[in-house]
Design a protein around this ligand. Structure first.
Ligand SMILES: [Zn+2]
Length: 256
């Protein structure tokens, strides 16, 4: 299953826009692990949906009388009116009621989160000021620059949601492969122009992969994330190690 990264959450947001203008009749908030503020959310019954926004991997549903934050964790899927914007085939299995962790019912249709692993989180909206700029932002590097740490491996910097919001493990590996930078490289050893180049590639890669269908659709695609696979550019065997706490693939030939 694809871990929902910024591209998947953007697809979820677009799917969720279908419910803008509808009025909530009931909320399903029984899963106390996933749903944090069940009673506060229940108080929003009768509200209309005004807008659905996204910042990084966080989606927010804005209602007349309050807003609800949705984090999709490792395996959360959104279902709108019975359809999932991704994993159509997988959805057959995950339509099982016991995997629905949160739901909003309308006169016509519903919006729900299914999550077999229960890492999704739903709650009354918190301020997003702790998050860095959304990775889709125009002029991304200028926004990110004051947030960059003096040291730390570049992979960890790109994964840090307080630096830039939305990038996950697979996208960061893709970005560093195209930037020709070793994920273990310390940011203090990179020139400002090298760092700027990495962020200018983010702005190119995200819309491209959104078009291709998601974060699994990069050149360093999910099927290459196995031991012994080779670089799509130069056929050198990919290295694999834990970097910044995450399983990381890179090419020692072209990433320095
Ligand atoms: Zn290579």
């Amino acid at each position: 299953m694809t871990v929902p990264e910024i591209l998947e959450v953007e697809m979820y947001r677009r799917a969720a826009e279908l419910v803008v203008g509808r009025t909530v009749r009931t909320f399903q908030t029984n899963d106390a692990i996933v749903v944090k503020d069940g009673s506060h959310i229940q108080a929003l019954v009768g509200s209309g949906v005004r807008e659905v926004s996204r910042h990084g991997k966080l989606m927010t549903i804005h209602l007349d009388h309050g807003s609800i934050d949705l984090h999709f964790g490792m395996a959360g899927r959104i279902i709108v009116d019975g359809r999932s914007p991704i994993d159509e085939l997988v959805y057959g299995a995950s339509s099982n009621d016991r995997w629905i962790r949160f739901g909003m019912d309308f006169d016509d249709g519903f919006l729900a989160i299914t999550d077999p692993r229960r890492f999704s989180r739903v709650g009354i909206s918190q301020k997003t000021s702790a998050l860095g700029p959304d990775a889709f932002s125009e002029g991304l590097f200028k926004l990110v620059q004051p947030r960059l740490p003096a040291r730390g491996c570049i992979k960890g910097v790109l994964l840090n949601q307080q630096v830039v919001a939305g990038l996950g493990n697979m996208l960061v590996d893709e970005i560093l492969s195209r930037s020709k930078v070793d994920p273990r490289r310390d940011i203090s050893t990179l020139s400002l122009s090298a760092i700027r180049k990495i962020f200018s590639l983010v702005v190119v890669i995200l819309p491209e992969l959104l078009e291709r269908g998601g974060s699994h659709a990069g050149d360093l695609a999910s099927e290459l994330r196995v031991t012994g696979s080779r670089c799509p550019y130069d056929a050198h065997e990919l290295a694999r190690d834990t970097v910044a706490g995450r399983t990381t693939y890179w090419c020692p030939q072209h990433q320095k």
